[in-house]
Design a protein around this ligand. Structure first.
Ligand code: UD1
Ligand code: CA
Length: 456
């Protein structure tokens, strides 16, 4: 329910609570840093706030989180001792200069599936400065049993929130829960936060006690019901973490499918946020794509492939292969069972076949390496063919050395290229050559060490 706004626009700031130790994760990593789909949980909460237009955000953190705050671009406020959600909010407010008629959104950092609509909804429902409400809060119907606080109503009105550990059996039977997402009138919050007490089962200062405080003072609390309880799933252990990941992955897949990508089996496709995938690309199962990868149109990716920080052109086919921090042109075919890494760059029409590893190498248009090769620190010119079993011997025990192969070169099967070494345009190496010295353009060499063959 949205109240007609009377007063001027409010300044909206957010406090994200993330200082809890998350003991049920049983982890050396702070809870909100556990990842779903390649991003820490906290990242999703901040993204949802920002896309709701809320950019002034502080995060209440513990000492373990302190060093990681830079990557999130928000101010961290240390709550040295975790004395409850109410205490966390008091700690934040003490560091935030008061704003007249402000709105303070409070959210929990362990709720990665939250979306911007919920935030917009409560800020809108709180109403502009001068509206009668002191709080708009998200409630949700959820299957029992649940460890969420229960919303106790009197008639239509919210009366108070009772935590599971303080609830009577009758209260535990209530199916309307407190989601843990609030938009407060700033002054009302500051007043109520100062009055919180810890006389409850957990001896904590509960933020949720602000609700009964408002009600007893005759102030309005506006409940906003969430449509889907998954949106407010709080992650407390690794079972819930896996459930959240599945839901997030489903959303990511759905978004790309709606944008024209065929995902044969979304449940067996693992995506991250911030990917670009072109139309009519088909993704086969057991494929993971992450780290800002960009994939063109009309590609075939998978099955059984992993792409990380990969840039792929149009019409490429990548099967049963791994591509990490590398760039692939149009109409390239890769795999099965190939491995590209270390800033490898493949131009259009390159073919990389089975059991070929390419590291930090540049292959020009139309190069073929079809079978069983290692190409490391190499530059290979247009149209060259790399025979089965070719190895660039790039490491001399101290440093990595470069192999340069010209255009239209034919490297025979099982050639060892002992770098640093250059093979000129149009040259040829015979099967099992061990190339220890540069080969001039047009020359044919063979043997160990490789020597020129008589001219035909
Ligand atoms: C809280 C709510 C409950 C609601 C549920 C929704 C309270 C008292 N209870 O319970 O009504 O249904 O969330 O998920 O608010 N935190 C701090 N400092 C602290 C304590 C907690 O920063 O001192 C942070 C935690 O890191 C976490 C969030 O606050 O991100 C929620 O704390 P948690 O202890 O998980 O609250 P719940 O028991 O789940
Ligand atoms: Ca929780």
């Amino acid at each position: 329910m949205t109240r007609a706004s009377t007063g001027p626009q409010r300044r909206v700031r957010a406090i994200v609570l993330a200082a809890g130790k998350g003991t049920r994760m049983k982890s050396a990593t702070p809870k909100v840093l556990h990842e779903i789909c390649g991003r820490p949980m906290l990242w999703y909460v901040l993204r949802a706030l920002r896309s709701a237009g809320i950019t002034e955000i502080v995060t209440v953190i513990n000492d373990e989180l302190q060093e990681r705050m830079d990557e999130f671009g928000v101010q961290g406020i240390l709550q040295a001792e975790q004395l409850g959600t109410g205490h966390a909010v008091q700690t934040a407010l003490a560091q935030m200069p008061a704003a007249d008629g402000g709105c303070i959104v409070v959210a929990y950092g362990d709720m990665p599936l939250v979306n911007d609509e919920l935030f917009r909804g409560i800020v809108g429902s709180l109403g502009a400065n001068g509206s009668a409400a002191s709080l708009a809060m998200v409630t949700v119907r959820m299957p029992l049993p649940s460890n969420f606080g229960r919303v106790v109503r009197r008639g239509h009105d919210v009366e108070r929130i009772v935590e599971v550990r303080d609830a009577t059996p009758a209260e535990l039977a209530i199916e309307e829960m407190n989601a843990g997402i609030y938009a407060y009138d700033e002054q009302a919050l500051r007043d109520a936060a100062g009055r919180l007490r810890n006389d409850n089962a957990q001896r904590e200062y509960y933020l949720t006690d602000t609700i009964a405080d408002f009600v007893s003072a005759g102030k309005r609390v506006v409940p906003v019901m969430a449509t889907d309880h998954l949106h407010v799933l709080g992650i407390n252990d690794r079972v819930e973490l896996a459930r959240a990941r599945r839901e997030m992955n489903e959303r990511l897949c759905a978004q790309h499918m709606r944008d024209g990508v065929t995902i044969v089996d979304p449940q067996a496709t693992y995506l991250e946020p911030e990917l670009e995938i072109g139309r009519d690309t088909v993704i086969y199962p057991n494929t993971a794509i992450g780290r800002l990868s960009r994939i063109g149109e009309g590609c075939v990716i998978g099955p059984n492939s992993r792409l990380s920080a990969a840039t792929i052109g149009n019409g490429a086919a990548i099967r049963e292969s791994v591509i990490i921090e590398s760039t692939v042109g149009n109409d390239v075919t890769i795999g099965p069972f190939a491995h590209l890494r270390g800033n490898t760059q493949l131009a259009d029409g390159v073919h990389i076949g089975n059991f070929v590893e390419v590291k930090n190498s540049k292959l020009a248009r139309g190069v073929k390496a079809s079978h069983l090769s290692y190409l490391g620190d190499a530059e290979i010119g247009e149209g060259s063919n790399i025979g089965a079993g070719t190895i660039t011997c790039n490491f001399d025990g101290v440093r990595k050395n470069k192999t340069t192969i010209g255009r239209n070169v034919s490297i025979g099967s099982n050639t060892s290229l002992v770098a640093p070494v250059t093979v000129g345009d149009g040259a040829l190496t015979g099967a099992s050559s061990v190339v220890t010295r540069d080969v001039p353009p047009g020359e044919r060499v063979a043997g160990n060490p490789a020597r020129p063959l008589p001219k035909k």
